[in-house]
Design a protein. Structure first.
Length: 188
């Protein structure tokens, strides 16, 4: 299957950004944390995290509002057969805390709790992304690699590029494999 021009324009070197970390929270949960910097104002990054038109450029379909107590559901788009007659389910979530454009925290029935903190810098916005999730130990590195790829897609989306999700599997699964190998090599 051939890639379309939009995915061809994406940087596919997933090693260009620092690796995330995994820390045990308790017997069931692990905190996956990433520190990234984006060369945009916090308001622009906030829109990419909360505006359904923008979230599908790099991450997932979103329905709900970024207001404390509101629903905030996700529908993953990087599924091999999505758009080819197979549709994924919505994963139901709720906003735990929203303070635009500084803090977005939500719970999700599939991904646990996600907390995104935005801090303005002289050159843009520092973001701390933490996903506290209950997954088997063997899935921790796969989850780290998955979020790593999505946060790379966010850099591209901020430049106006949108992932062609029907070709994600062909175009970006090898990138996921590349960064997964790095996480595996870094694990003690």
């Amino acid at each position: 299957m051939a890639s379309n021009a939009s995915n061809a324009e994406f940087n596919k070197d997933m090693t260009r950004f620092p690796l995330g970390t995994a820390a045990t929270v308790d017997e069931e949960r692990t905190a996956l944390t990433y520190s990234r910097h984006y060369a945009v104002a916090p308001e622009a990054l906030w829109a990419m995290l909360t505006d359904p038109e923008k979230t599908q450029m790099w991450w997932a379909k979103v329905r709900g509002q970024a207001k404390t107590g509101s629903s905030f559901d996700l529908k993953w788009l990087n599924v091999k057969d999505e758009g080819h007659g197979i549709e994924t389910d919505w994963w139901y979530g709720r906003i735990v805390a929203a303070d635009a454009p500084k803090l977005l925290e939500f719970s999700n029935d599939m991904h646990g709790r996600i907390r995104i903190e935005l801090t303005p810098t002289e050159t843009g916005t520092a973001m701390t992304f933490t996903n506290t999730v209950a997954v088997p130990d063997e899935a921790v590195l796969m989850s780290l690699a998955g979020w790593h790829v999505h946060l790379d897609h966010l850099h591209e989306a901020l430049e106006g590029k949108s992932v062609d999700w029907q070709h994600w599997w062909d175009d970006f699964y090898p990138c996921w494999e590349q960064i997964y190998a790095h996480y595996t090599a870094e694990r003690p």
